[in-house]
Ligand binder design. Structure first.
Ligand code: MG
Length: 387
């Protein structure tokens, strides 16, 4: 292990963000080292990654499945840790410089929280942690002096564009959305959307949950909440524009009317690399725009149907409290039900809306209240599916 390398704990290394992060690390010429890798159940792949990256630790978060797995191919110098206590142990290590929080869904909240408690720089790819517990997570980061660096491409773009002016000079943030594969379908056509169709994103290659979220626009609704908490910007100063090419990753409009954007081909390796090396920029593996080729960037406002999902995001950013946790959990459960063939594509957003409306709002919840509300919202979706 190279001791001068920045030590990166990649939590969720077998997911889409994890794969891209390991490519960035592999291309770093020893400047970055994956000191820890974690997976929930894809252990064969985790072992393969460990053989390539030689981490100090691997964490198998699903303890029961880990007990049944043959770990004999793990490199000798790599220590196997289990469960959430294994994740907690790694984020507490003094040698860890950056925790890449890429465990999907609300499962990633606990380790993100512990990393911040240990004053770690957290490159946060898990938007659900910010949506569900935005005020608590950002307060904890501020109180501990821990840095939260966005990995979500839109928020990375905003973070980069914000460096062009002072906070008081920011007029609005504009999040771009590809609009997903179904933006021109009629309501009738949408009802018939299959799981396979929803998993085919025209521009980005991502995991199933976020691909479905892009198609329903719930991804952008969650990103409104995420931007609100990450950047401390009022919800009414956050706009969404549909930009099908996904080249402009988001924009910041300043008080003088100047708009500053970050552009690059749709390739997650760039925002990941920016967060892992921050505040440095280095030549990396991400694709580049080819200025010798003609290309165009279109922008259009969201359709009324897309706006219904976006409004749930605005509502949660406005209300704060338990609403983000409820929206996030309801959406995760609804997407799960859709992928299992138990809910129509067009029912995902209304199901989320009904659960959000039915919940007993708490304005200043504790973390355990948020976790309880998360569980409640998931159960509510199950009822919605059955009726
Ligand atoms: Mg995004």
């Amino acid at each position: 292990m190279n001791n001068t390398a920045k030590q990166i704990a990649v939590l969720g290394s077998t997911g889409s963000i994890g794969h891209n992060a390991l490519e960035v690390i592999a291309a770093s010429n020893g400047r970055l080292q994956a000191c820890a890798l974690s997976a929930h159940t894809r252990f064969a792949e985790l072992v393969q990654q460990a053989r390539q990256h030689r981490p100090r630790w691997v964490i198998a978060s699903h303890e029961r499945q880990a007990a049944a797995f043959d770990w004999s191919d793990l490199p000798e110098e790599t220590e196997l840790l289990l469960g959430s206590s294994g994740l907690a142990q790694v984020v507490a290590q003094p040698s860890v410089d950056v925790v890449l929080a890429a465990i999907m869904g609300s499962a990633g909240l606990e380790s993100t929280w512990q990393a911040l408690e240990h004053k770690k720089t957290v490159a946060i790819a898990n938007k659900e942690a910010l949506v569900a517990a935005g005020p608590l997570v950002t307060q904890l980061a501020a109180a501990q002096g821990a840095q939260l660096l966005p990995v979500d491409s839109e928020h990375s773009a905003i973070f980069q564009a914000l460096q062009a002016g002072r906070p008081a000079e920011v007029e609005r943030l504009v999040l771009t959305a590809s609009g997903g594969p179904f933006r021109h379908l009629s309501t009738e056509e949408l009802k018939a959307v299959t799981v396979a169709e929803a998993l085919e994103h025209p521009v980005w290659k991502m995991g199933p949950k976020i691909t479905v979220d892009s198609a329903t626009m719930m991804n952008k609704a969650l990103e409104i909440v995420e931007a609100h908490w990450l950047f401390g910007i009022a919800p009414e100063c956050i706009d969404v524009v549909i930009h099908p090419q996904s080249i402009v990753h988001s924009l910041v409009e300043y008080v003088d009317g100047a708009v500053v954007a970050q552009l690059s081909p749709p390739d997650m390796r760039l925002p990941i690399q920016y967060a892992l090396y921050y505040p440095e920029r280095v030549a990396g593996v991400a694709e580049r725009l080819d200025w010798k080729q003609a290309f165009s960037c279109e922008f259009e406002p969201p359709t009324p149907r897309q706006q219904v999902a976006l409004d749930l995001g605005y509502q949660c950013a406005q209300a704060g409290g338990t609403s983000g946790a409820v929206l996030n959990a309801a959406n995760e459960a609804a997407v799960g039900a859709f992928l299992a063939g138990e809910l129509h594509f067009t029912e995902i957003v209304p199901a989320c809306q009904s659960v959000l409306e039915a919940h007993a709002f708490v304005a200043a919840p504790t973390l355990s209240q948020l976790i309880a509300m998360d569980r409640w919202a998931r159960e509510e979706i199950l009822n919605w599916v059955c009726t």
